[in-house]
Design a protein around this ligand. Sequence first.
Ligand SMILES: C[S@@+](CC[C@H](N)C(=O)[O-])C[C@H]1O[C@@H](n2cnc3c(N)ncnc32)[C@H](O)[C@@H]1O
Length: 298
Amino acid sequence: MAVSWLPTGVFSCQMSTITRTRLFKGLREKLSQSSRSGVSKPAQADRPPFSANTVFDSTGVREFFDPVILNPGTLGALAVSPETLRHGLELMERLEPDSYTQYLSAYYRTGLERFGEHWRYADIITVLVAVAQCVRPQSYLEIGVRRGRSLAVVSSICPRSKIVGFDMWVPDYAGMPNPGPDFVRSELDKIGHLGDLTLITGDSHKTVPKYFEDHPEMYFDAITVDGDHSEVGAGHDLLTVIPRLKLGGVIVFDDISSPVHPYLRDVWRRIMEADDRFLTWNYTELGYGVGLAIRKRA
Ligand SMILES: C[S@@+](CC[C@H](N)C(=O)[O-])C[C@H]1O[C@@H](n2cnc3c(N)ncnc32)[C@H](O)[C@@H]1O
């Protein structure tokens, strides 16, 4: 589904609450209309498949609880643990450095040296370590790949996972080289990725709906939305991927407390926290913040 009606370039400005509410309502309606018309309708629209490692199989006994056994407290506790930080540090050392990973490695080390095992810090890297360890994704979708750092986290724990990444490789994104898909492939080779790796170049507002249209059977165990950081662009990406998240699957959303994108906290709140099919966990104490949402119900 093309979303040419969305003037994505103009949304980094502040919007009033009423405008925002109308905008997201319109966006939801537009996306659900296209789904009803069959344009990007998933194969099993009413009930996505289960994510194998996150559900309790009650076969043979009477069922009392929702089958999804993974909860935000578990993922959050793992995401802020020093053990997870050390995994992140080791992983970044295996990748081609850039100024951001150099800064982050030094930041992690300082926190651990000064505060030891009590330091509690999370970001997209530590959350993805936790997600990969708990969900064991067989399929992982990412919008906003850049140099492959976050893809590499998932691959380092689940090297056989099927990965689909979307990026338009904006040159010098955030003032750092953004070399493109060949570079990302070479980074994942270093990590020893064995599964299928598909990297799709272009604007996610077009390429992701097109991918779903072409792959009506595809559902994902884990999805990261970290591409277009404009208010409507990020909201659109979230709303586009939700129908393709498995039950018990997890969505990760970066930068919810970034001073550069202060409205992203509100996008996350309005779309994920307000949706009662999901259980959410947020970290906003240090860094740029990160949110995760577990799909509890269809
Ligand atoms: C914050 S970076 C992703 C970082 C990566 N997830 C990581 O943790 O290392 C955002 C990426 O999104 C891409 N991007 C921005 N707008 C986009 C759009 N509309 N469609 C596709 N990619 C986009 C940029 O090219 C950039 O590489």
